[in-house]
Design a protein around this ligand. Structure first.
Ligand code: CTP
Length: 419
């Protein structure tokens, strides 16, 4: 079952306090609820925990530096401040709260917070005298008035040996506050249901069959489960979906216009006839080659087996992603790989000119015909940088819903940028 934070993107800013180690537990709790967590560790935070421990849990690089020399676009303060649904600052030190209140931007954390237009939740942690100081009180009042959410602090023994108010609340309590935030968010923001209404989507699914004669073909084991689930998930978000499907045993998804084809060339033609769309998802396992000749009548057994000459099929994803006229605003492909999954998928993304790739390892346990998928989600960023995000093992249905949510968030951002 999905957690209550499924697909939510949370940036966790960890500043310098003894409670920083508890933030590692918070990462796990958020992930267990389905959130996608990215970490940012301040210089102070690094005195208590290492970037490595955070990245090992989040499965993504950890932002640490405002002027990073590794020039990773994903970790720039602008990207970090925009690509999340919520920023959680835990622990939030008196120093960082003061910077937030006064609009300072002298390190990565404060710069991200100043450049951000997404909601912020702080979990203060400090000595009780610092907490009670009129300066901190004034800063907190300023932040509250600005809509910053707050959880804690709690009373108890503090790291300095004193007792009083200033302890960071427990990770479970922060998790509850995060849950509460998303529950109280506007309905469209909370579920994104209907978030794709007014948009057109095109999905390819299933295998293609390339005939040798009227009864024999070259094909593959694709079941179409993933592509069909994606078409249904996009339709559930309100998109007007056309599904172009090769031969499968599946029923046509509800509320989706399904076109049935056999060969790669028919699939391409059907896609092109679908006209202009906003998003394309190519999930079909298109046969890379077809027989040069296909007999009109059944080939009879002779003394020798026939030799089959093959020719290359059109690449549907590449054709749609690189077309000059009416290219969809978002083109998504899959990469089925048995080995070197990320490297091959990155190369595929660049070669085929698409925006996102869902790479999956195919082989014995996962892939064709199976119900689960283990996806590595690749996103093309500026300057052909590629963000790599491993997803947990999910059912194909859940992969479809997660992708639909990503698509919804993408178009919501496009709308915000245009406003
Ligand atoms: N694809 C396509 N048309 C083709 C071949 C592939 O649209 N003729 C799309 C698939 O739908 C998928 C992506 O391209 O979204 C990658 O498919 P995959 O089978 O992983 O890779 P190939 O391009 O076939 O390359 P290779 O077999 O060498 O890995």
């Amino acid at each position: 079952m999905e957690g209550s934070l499924f697909g939510r993107r949370v940036l966790l800013i960890i500043s310098g306090g003894i409670a920083a180690y508890k933030s590692l537990e918070l990462v796990r709790l958020l992930q267990k609820e389905g959130a996608i967590v990215h970490g940012l560790l301040t210089q102070g935070g690094q005195k208590f925990i290492t970037p490595l421990s955070v990245s090992a849990l989040t499965g993504a690089p950890v932002a640490t530096d405002l002027f990073s020399s590794d020039d990773d676009e994903r970790l720039s303060h602008i990207n970090l401040s925009r690509q999340n649904d919520l920023i959680v600052v835990a622990p939030a030190t008196a120093n960082l709260l003061a910077k937030m209140a006064h609009g300072l931007a002298d390190n990565l954390a404060s710069a991200v917070l100043l450049a951000s237009n997404v909601p912020v939740l702080v979990a203060p942690a400090m000595n009780s005298v610092m907490w009670a100081h009129p300066a901190t009180e004034a800063n907190i009042a300023t932040l509250r008035a600005r809509g910053v959410l707050q959880v804690g602090p709690a009373r108890g023994f503090l790291a300095c040996g004193e007792e009083g108010e200033g302890r960071m609340v427990e990770p479970l309590e922060i998790l509850d506050a995060v849950r509460g935030f998303f529950q109280n968010a506007a309905p469209s923001d909370q579920t994104m249901t209907g978030a794709l209404s007014g948009l057109r989507a095109l999905v390819t699914s299933g295998p293609t069959y390339e005939p040798l004669d009227p009864v024999r073909f070259l094909g593959n084991h694709s079941s179409g489960k993933q592509g069909h689930a994606i078409a249904a998930a996009l339709a559930a978000q309100g998109a007007d979906v056309t599904l172009v499907s090769g031969p499968t045993c599946l029923e046509d998804p509800k509320h989706v216009h399904t076109i049935h084809v056999q060969t790669a060339r028919q699939m391409l033609e059907a896609c092109q006839k679908a006209g202009a769309v906003d998003v394309v998802v190519c999930a079909a396992a298109v046969a890379d080659w077809r027989p040069v000749l296909s007999a009109d009548t059944k080939m009879k057994k002779g003394l020798l087996p026939p030799s089959v000459m093959l020719t290359v099929n059109p690449d549907i994803l590449e054709t749609l992603a690189t077309q000059q006229m009416n290219r969809a605003r978002l083109v998504v492909g899959f990469a089925a790989e048995t080995d070197h999954v990320v490297d091959y998928a990155k190369a595929k993304l660049l070669k085929k000119g698409c925006d996102w790739i869902l790479a999956n390892q195919v082989g014995q346990e996962l892939g064709f015909g199976k119900d689960d998928n283990e996806i590595i989600f690749l996103k093309r960023l500026a300057h052909d940088e590629i963000a790599v995000e491993p997803w947990p093992r999910l059912s194909k249905q859940d992969v479809a819903e997660r992708l639909a949510l990503q698509v919804a968030q993408y178009f919501a951002q496009v709308k915000r940028d245009a406003a």
